[in-house]
Design a protein around this ligand. Structure first.
Ligand SMILES: *[C@@H]1O[C@H](CO)[C@@H](O)[C@H](O)[C@H]1NC(C)=O
Ligand SMILES: *[C@@H]1O[C@H](CO)[C@@H](O)[C@H](O)[C@H]1NC(C)=O
Ligand SMILES: *[C@@H]1O[C@H](CO)[C@@H](O)[C@H](O)[C@H]1NC(C)=O
Length: 132
């Protein structure tokens, strides 16, 4: 190695050892803390599912594309409206927040079909919806 290059490598190694270049690792904090399902069912499953799908994809776009850490969405077509809310802890990176949303959105569909309200709470984020 040429002396200058040698010096540069030494300098970079030193800066690394001082944590001069912070390396942030992905951590969407998806440990499930709490979940709940309403025991009440939507009157029309297809209407309800349309509204639920619409609100979840609206939230997904706000979190994934607009990098929001707090988002609400509603779809109120027909007799079974859906109102949804999502929040990430503010210290999560945009990509961790989006990853937490993906996990939460999959989990929240785990209630019995048509359950008209649900919540899932993780270390890093929470998601809930209700029909009222
Ligand atoms: C809601 O539907 C589920 C099946 O999908 C059923 O087990 C449950 O009893 C229903 N709840 C009410 C309150 O009717
Ligand atoms: C809603 O989304 C789920 C999961 O992606 C899909 O299986 C279902 O067919 C959708 N329902 C409606 C009414 O769009
Ligand atoms: C839904 O619940 C089942 C049974 O508790 C579990 O095995 C599955 O992983 C859950 N699905 C999601 C997306 O978490």
């Amino acid at each position: 190695m040429r002396p200058q290059l040698n010096l540069l490598v030494t300098l970079i190694t030193l800066l690394h050892s001082w944590n001069y270049f912070p390396v942030t690792q992905a951590d969407p904090q998806t440990r499930l803390i709490n979940k709940g399902c309403s025991q009440y069912n939507a009157t029309s499953l297809s209407n309800f599912n349309q509204n639920l799908n619409a609100t979840l994809s609206d939230l997904k776009s706000q979190v994934g594309n607009e990098n929001k850490h707090f988002a609400t969405a509603q779809s109120a077509k027909g007799a079974n409206p859906v109102y949804a809310l999502f929040q990430c802890r503010n210290y999560l990176s945009n990509s961790d927040c989006a990853a937490c949303f993906t996990v939460a959105a999959a989990q929240i569909r785990n209630c019995s079909a048509g359950s008209n309200g649900a919540r899932v709470i993780y270390d890093g984020c929470f998601l809930r919806y209700t029909s009222t």
